[in-house]
Ligand binder design. Structure first.
Ligand SMILES: Cc1cc2nc3c(=O)[nH]c(=O)nc-3n(C[C@H](O)[C@H](O)[C@H](O)COP(=O)(O)O)c2cc1C
Length: 318
């Protein structure tokens, strides 16, 4: 991992240009740790629902867990009102001491937008201004945003939103090149990322459909973005943060990483970690096209020793 500062978010040095994108239900503490070890330059939590913090709902606590080597750590908040996000931050900042706070302006799920949070805020630029104004006045640490291009193709207000974030003290904008209406359909449009980079001075992070090392180079060249966020492609290929395509990772390294990841899951979740691990395991094994029955017995088992031994056997023949 490089020790050189590649860019700064406020006063926080970021020593790399590849960053694991936050993903609800995916980028938990073990996966963030693994990706950080492999080169992700920043650890962003899954979104923390501000209402959970304010009602002290136990479900959010595991989402902020981290180890010292994960830093720089960004806590991502999902909320709909400036005062509510501020109140949640007042509780968590002293407790967690994150390096950055990120505001989720991109989540597209029905429940979230129905509540006026995530991508719904793109329709209310005044609220975005209020959130950034309040948060940056109240706290010393950098406040950043993760946005989409707009609500839909008729409301592509990414430039307005990016300028509002900057004008109200925001320290970085990460841009997923899709609208809310697109959800994850179609392909990401990187041209707006280039336009945003030209329009504002704070760092811009490009995101959407980066799957290979060639994609990393392409999004950087086409947009001039300061760094690249990678989400779905990191599941199954966390080595992308070491600039390795999946096909270039030798099977013994894959097995070693699987065992390391599984051990981290068990340490974090207890025995049920073997169940939570299935989604990653399936992705790790995808390139090998294993017979269905072998894959099923692996992905259905709760018996940790069985899983470890079967993996050993499978990899001895790959
Ligand atoms: C399962 C899943 C959960 C996600 N959860 C979050 C989240 O909590 N916060 C957020 O800002 N974006 C979230 N995203 C969006 C990703 O951060 C990213 O913007 C998107 O997946 C596009 O990047 P990719 O093509 O590299 O996956 C999520 C995406 C997925 C697939």
């Amino acid at each position: 991992m490089t020790e050189e500062t590649i860019f700064k978010i406020g006063d926080t040095s970021i020593k790399g240009d590849l960053i694991l994108a936050p993903m609800d239900g995916v980028t938990d503490m073990p996966f963030r740790g693994l990706c950080r070890q492999l080169g992700s330059a920043l650890s962003v939590t899954e979104f923390i629902n501000t209402l959970d913090v304010l009602t002290d709902h136990p479900r959010y606590k595991k989402r902020l867990a981290f180890e010292p080597f994960h830093r720089p750590l960004s806590l991502q908040f999902l909320g709909d009102e400036a005062e509510q996000i501020l109140a949640a931050a007042e509780i968590l900042i002293p407790e967690v001491q994150p390096d950055l706070i990120d505001i989720n302006l991109g989540c597209q799920s029905k429940n979230v937008v129905a509540r006026g949070a995530g991508a719904a805020l793109l329709r209310e630029p005044n609220k975005i201004a209020e959130i950034f104004n309040l948060m940056t006045r109240e706290f010393e640490l950098p406040i950043t945003a993760k946005i989409r291009l707009g609500w839909d193709d008729d409301n592509l207000n990414y430039l307005e939103v990016a300028r509002i974030i900057e004008a109200n003290g925001g320290a970085m904008v990460a841009v997923h090149g899709r609208t809310r209406q697109q959800a994850y359909r179609g392909s990401a449009n990187w041209e707006p990322i280039r336009e945003i980079k030209q329009a504002i001075k704070i760092p811009v992070i490009g995101n959407g459909d980066v799957k290979t090392v060639a994609d990393i180079d392409r999004i950087k060249n086409e947009t001039g973005c300061d760094a690249v966020m990678i989400g779905r492609a990191a599941v199954g290929n966390p080595w992308i943060f070491s600039r390795m395509d999946r096909d270039d990772v030798p099977p013994p390294v894959v097995l070693r990483t699987i065992n390391h990841h599984l051990a981290a899951m068990l340490a974090f979740y207890g025995e049920r970690g073997v169940i939570t691990f299935r989604k990653y395991l399936k992705a790790y094994l995808k390139p090998y096209h294993l017979p269905d029955d072998t894959l099923l017995s692996l992905l259905k088992s709760k018996d940790i020793d069985f899983v470890v031994q079967l993996l050993e056997k499978i990899f001895s023949t790959i």
